[in-house]
Design a protein around this ligand. Structure first.
Ligand SMILES: [Zn+2]
Length: 477
């Protein structure tokens, strides 16, 4: 298949958009349905601590059955009562292999006291929907379910089965749904390729669409536990050898350390395209880092931006700290968690050894923390393939619809700096693309944070986008 990266000129010419192309117009009933489903999902707590993805999966299964899906087309299944996954299938003619749309149902923990409103109450306020999961990623769940219902109610027959899997434990927990389905029910979700609304998306600047991002690669996630131990003693008789000071010294060295600059095929194209979106010094710097050799001052200036920094290098940052056992005792234990996002082509054990070198203190032990929470002496590596090929059969309709809905915003392939369930489906040989029609303002990414929100119009457009895109992917005879 043709690589899209090198065929852009032809694609733009071949898909010039007619003057009549309009912005998204959902009909009122579909708009209301999407919002009702979104509200229902936000108000079902799906955190790992006290929530249940089964409740959410069953609610969505009921929605689909109410819309005419048969029991055999919709299943809820999982390893236990609380970690259910929904798998639904809209049957096609079978002319092509199925496509799979994955989206996680679980959300990151949210404390009422940290938020200005109740995170588990769906709140519409000044043009935004607020609630935990409005960005990450119950908007995507609601949009996929709405899309299936809309296609079903139209009596649409796709040229291939469209499978939707809404799953557990992407954000944490021991029962990752995509992993579990691949291990136990591969036949139910086997597909030619996968779309995941948990990656990519539309970014706006001052409300104006700036770029449409497609995630065609992603970083590797890894947690490490740092631990300093000491015999302790009475705090009235301090000694220089102190577990907290050892750990703090190591963390200070980590704070000052930067992993080396490194680009790959996808991030090179990302910066080349972004140079035409950015202006002035930033645009010049993006061109300068693509040179041979890349300009060090340009790298340094771009590194001030968290996204550009994370696109250019592996990052490791302290995320948790826990030390000592009494106000009047010398600490016997000091621990920290360091979370790393590793560039493709590098491994978790390699980074663990790097951390030991950077912390530069034999008193600090560095353990790898597995997905199941076990502490391991050596890191469990996971294969991450090379960046995906951007197939023209996916990219052409994406270009076309993006130009209709967000005129002037270029489609830009990128490397996801977070981690998604794509790591499992990619490893299983099903190429996975992070694609979302949700528009978020640069600087307003609130996923995992307080007062998470998504624009009302952005959500409506996102629903229209997926409907058009899935239809475009499944209607070629
Ligand atoms: Zn997510």
């Amino acid at each position: 298949m043709k690589s899209w990266l090198f065929g852009m000129g032809a694609i733009f010419l071949g898909f010039a958009i007619g003057a009549g192309a309009a912005r998204a117009e959902l009909n009122q009933a579909t708009k209301q349905l999407a919002r009702d489903i979104f509200k229902q999902l936000i108000e079902i707590n799906t955190t790992d601590s006290v929530g249940s993805t089964t409740v959410a999966a069953q609610a969505m299964a009921q929605r689909l059955r109410d819309a005419g899906f048969s029991a055999s087309q919709v299943q809820v299944l999982g390893p236990n009562d609380r970690k259910g996954n929904l798998v639904a299938r809209l049957r096609g003619t079978g002319a092509h292999r199925p496509i799979l749309l994955i989206c996680h149902l679980d959300v990151v923990e949210a404390r009422r006291e940290d938020w200005s409103i109740d995170p588990f109450q769906f709140t519409e306020k000044s043009g935004y929907f607020y609630g935990r999961g409005t960005q990450d990623v119950k908007d995507g769940d609601a949009i996929l379910v709405t899309t299936l219902i809309r296609l079903q109610q139209e009596g649409y027959t796709p040229n291939r089965d469209i499978i939707v899997a809404l799953t557990a434990d992407e954000e944490g927990g021991k029962s990752n749904g995509v992993d579990w389905l691949l291990r136990n029910h591969r036949d139910l979700i086997d597909a030619e390729y996968v779309l995941n609304p948990d990656g990519g998306g539309v970014y706006t600047r001052n409300g104006k669409p700036a770029i449409v991002e497609v995630d065609a690669s992603e970083k590797l996630y890894a947690d490490y536990q740092l631990e300093a131990k000491n015999a302790g003693g009475h705090s009235s008789l301090p000694v220089p050898d102190n577990a907290i000071y050892h750990l703090a010294g190591g963390l200070a060295r980590l704070e000052r350390y930067q992993f080396p600059f490194e680009l790959n095929e996808v991030t090179r194209v990302f910066f080349a395209r972004m140079a035409s979106v950015e202006k002035g010094q930033t645009a010049a710097d993006m061109r300068a880092i693509l040179g041979d050799p890349p300009r060090a001052e340009a790298i340094a200036r771009l590194s001030a931006d968290p996204l550009y920094n994370a696109t250019m290098r592996t990052t490791c940052v302290a995320t948790r700290l826990d030390a000592g056992h009494a106000n009047n005792a010398l600490p016997e234990t000091a621990r920290a968690v360091v979370n790393c996002r590793i560039l493709p082509g590098h491994g978790r054990e390699e980074v663990r050894l790097n951390l030991i070198r950077i912390l530069a203190d034999p008193k600090i032990a560095v353990h790898f923390v597995s997905d199941q929470g076990e502490l391991l002496d050596t890191a469990r590596d996971r294969h991450v393939g090379p960046p995906l090929v951007l197939r023209s059969e996916l990219m052409q309709p994406l270009e076309q619809i993006a130009q209709q809905m967000w005129p002037g915003a270029p489609v830009i392939p990128a490397m996801g700096t977070g981690a998604t369930d794509g790591v499992y489906s990619n490893a299983a040989g099903m190429p996975t693309y992070g694609i979302s029609g949700i528009a978020i303002e640069f600087g307003d990414v609130r996923a995992h944070g307080r007062d998470e929100r998504v624009g009302v119009g952005s959500f409506d457009d996102g629903a229209e986008f997926y409907y058009r895109y899935v239809k475009a992917l499944t209607s070629v005879r």
